[in-house]
Design a protein around this ligand. Structure first.
Ligand SMILES: *[C@@H]1O[C@H](CO)[C@@H](O)[C@H](O)[C@H]1NC(C)=O
Ligand SMILES: *[C@@H]1O[C@H](CO)[C@@H](O)[C@H](O)[C@H]1NC(C)=O
Length: 230
């Protein structure tokens, strides 16, 4: 009975805590949305790695040649119900460091035999600066020696691409695709990587926690007050 009496307050407290977290998250997302609206940055030849956290989610413009020999395949990935992979290729910048670019999604039809598009010559791309992707408890370990990557581990990918001695910097950019659905379909059928949308993809589950805890609080209050019927 003591526990039941305590429950409404305890759950109410958790609800209030989640409400504060929700406000914090909404502010953070607003801040990142604003960052995303800024003009694309032109990355300097040598990137100061200590300032990367400050520039995460900024759009960046890059120019260089793809190093297809060191392409890494992130799998499995799903895009609108289609099974496939993401193609990460180092971009060798003239007179600058090489950076890693997640060019986007290709279906398994082009991933298994590595027949996806491999542009030659100098390319100019627009991307979004990111950091290593979070992995969850179910994400297997990467096996670079077997060419198996499950999550973007920027340091390990940099080593795979040749490491700092080959002029590769641990900088990870996700290429942006802003075309419409028709263009995406054409790319899909031709094995041309489809980049990400320029949007903030932070998970915001706090609202559902707020509702859950407050509902539980209301429910346990009600349970406590319910008169006993004999
Ligand atoms: C990198 O940026 C930090 C923070 O702005 C600065 O303190 C540091 O001197 C810079 N390093 C180089 C090599 O420019
Ligand atoms: C790179 O360096 C070479 C030699 O210094 C120079 O001729 C060339 O214009 C530079 N390229 C760029 C893109 O700055």
């Amino acid at each position: 009975m003591l526990l039941i009496g305590f429950m409404p307050f305890f759950t109410f407290g958790l609800g209030t805590w989640q409400l504060q977290r929700l406000k914090w998250k909404v502010n953070l997302i607003d801040e990142l949305e604003e960052k995303l609206q800024l003009q694309p940055l032109s990355l300097p030849p040598k990137i100061n790695l200590s300032v990367i956290p400050e520039f995460v989610y900024r759009k960046v413009a890059l120019k260089g040649n793809w190093d297809h020999a060191h392409t890494m395949i992130l799998s499995p990935r799903v895009r609108e119900g289609v099974h496939g992979v993401h193609v990460v290729t180092p971009l060798v910048r003239e007179n600058g460091s090489t950076v890693l670019v997640d060019r986007g999604f290709v279906s398994n039809d082009f991933a298994f035999d590595s027949s996806f598009q491999k542009e030659g010559g100098e390319v100019e791309i627009l991307g979004m600066l990111r950091t290593s992707q979070p992995r969850n408890a179910f994400t297997p370990d990467n096996k670079p020696e077997e060419g198996k990557w499950y999550w973007a581990d920027v340091n390990a990918m940099t080593d795979h691409a040749g490491g700092e001695q080959a002029g590769v910097q641990p900088v990870f950019v996700e290429q942006i695709f802003e075309g419409h659905a028709g263009e995406a379909g054409t790319r899909l059928s031709k094995g041309i990587p489809i980049g990400r949308a320029p949007t903030i993809d932070l998970r915001n589950a706090h609202l559902s926690y707020v509702i859950t805890w407050y509902s539980l609080s209301a429910l346990t209050t009600f349970m406590k007050r319910k008169p006993k019927r004999n």
